[in-house]
Ligand binder design. Structure first.
Ligand SMILES: [Mn+2]
Length: 315
């Protein structure tokens, strides 16, 4: 999108002697989602973050760290880029000082892609951005099933009296009629919370909570089995990188000790293979906190590759 507040390129600026910017997985960059099966977007916004900011730099970090991704998924036995027409559609023109204006930009940018039948896969950005993505998808598909990987429930209510931030996304989505609570499952929840009342919302709306203790004690195969009940209808996957232990994914806004390993995260995403995935996001990567070797960025890139692979198997 053209924004008068951004510097405009002069004539000839796109000369081939200038290096091309990194795209997700070195995929083509396109300005129109027409004809795509999967449309990748960056959403560089962290104005809904309550603690460590920096997720606005997530998309460019994940693009940089995704350049090693190879085309064959050897675990799922699929070539996602052969099965899917997939491209990098660039960044949503997020407004750093306004959550509402950023929601409008996300909806305006994603609407044509979803209307054209593409699956949007968005890289955040903080978890606030998911609400706008769900609005677009629910307009097309009706109430959505949800697989939500996260350390936190993100079903809290107001924050400093305000309705939108990265901890209220799924409460607002439920209130707006975007989700089917009885087809919503959260995985990886843990850490210090406010009180048992944090889960009253789940009991009221039928959200299933699979705590990290369940994942570790029963195993990822058991979790994948639980996710299987969401088959037969549209499912959205929202992956907050803080579901993963900070030892593996330190680059995030609200780290919680004792999470998924990188390997468990990859296997869990592969576990979506039997579901009708109509959209996905990978959020809360905050590059200023990344560790040596950009470990969080590398994991995020691989999780997106797994999301594309399960989308390919369902196409
Ligand atoms: Mn979250």
């Amino acid at each position: 999108m053209s924004n008068p507040d951004h510097p405009q390129p002069r004539d000839g600026f796109s000369s081939p002697r200038f290096a091309q910017p990194a795209t997700f997985m070195r995929l083509p960059y396109v300005t129109s989602p027409a004809g795509l099966d999967v449309a990748l977007y960056g959403i560089p916004f962290d104005g809904g973050c309550s603690y460590r900011s920096g997720a606005r730099f997530g998309p460019r970090h994940v693009r940089d760290q995704s350049s090693l991704i190879r085309p064959w998924n050897s675990a799922l036995k699929v070539h996602p880029f052969d099965r899917l027409r997939v491209a990098d559609c660039g960044d949503v023109d997020a407004v750093p000082v306004s959550i509402e204006a950023t929601f409008a930009a996300i909806e305006q940018t994603l609407q044509p892609a979803v209307e054209a039948g593409a699956i949007p896969v968005c890289v955040g950005g903080d978890h606030t951005v998911t609400l706008a993505v769900l609005r677009v998808l629910a307009r097309r598909h009706g109430r959505l099933g949800l697989v939500h990987f996260d350390a936190h429930p993100d079903t809290w209510d107001r924050y400093f009296g305000l309705p939108y931030y990265h901890g209220s996304t799924f409460r607002r989505a439920m209130e707006e009629g975007l989700l089917d609570g009885t087809r919503s499952i959260q995985v990886g929840i843990r850490g210090p919370l406010y009180g048992p009342e944090d889960f009253d919302f789940h009991a009221t709306h039928g959200f299933e909570v699979i705590r990290i203790e369940d994942v570790k004690e029963r195993g990822v195969a058991w979790v994948v089995d639980r996710l299987g009940r969401l088959s037969g209808g549209p499912v959205y996957c929202s992956f907050d990188i803080d579901a993963v232990d900070p030892a593996y994914a330190p680059a995030t806004g609200t780290p919680e000790a004792g999470g998924l390993t990188s390997y468990e995260a990859l296997v869990l995403v592969r576990g979506l293979r039997s579901l009708q995935l109509i959209g996905a996001d990978l959020v809360e990567v905050s590059p200023p906190y990344d560790g040596p070797g950009a470990i969080t960025g590398v994991l995020a890139a691989n999780l997106i590759f797994e999301l594309l692979s399960v989308a390919a198997l369902n196409r």
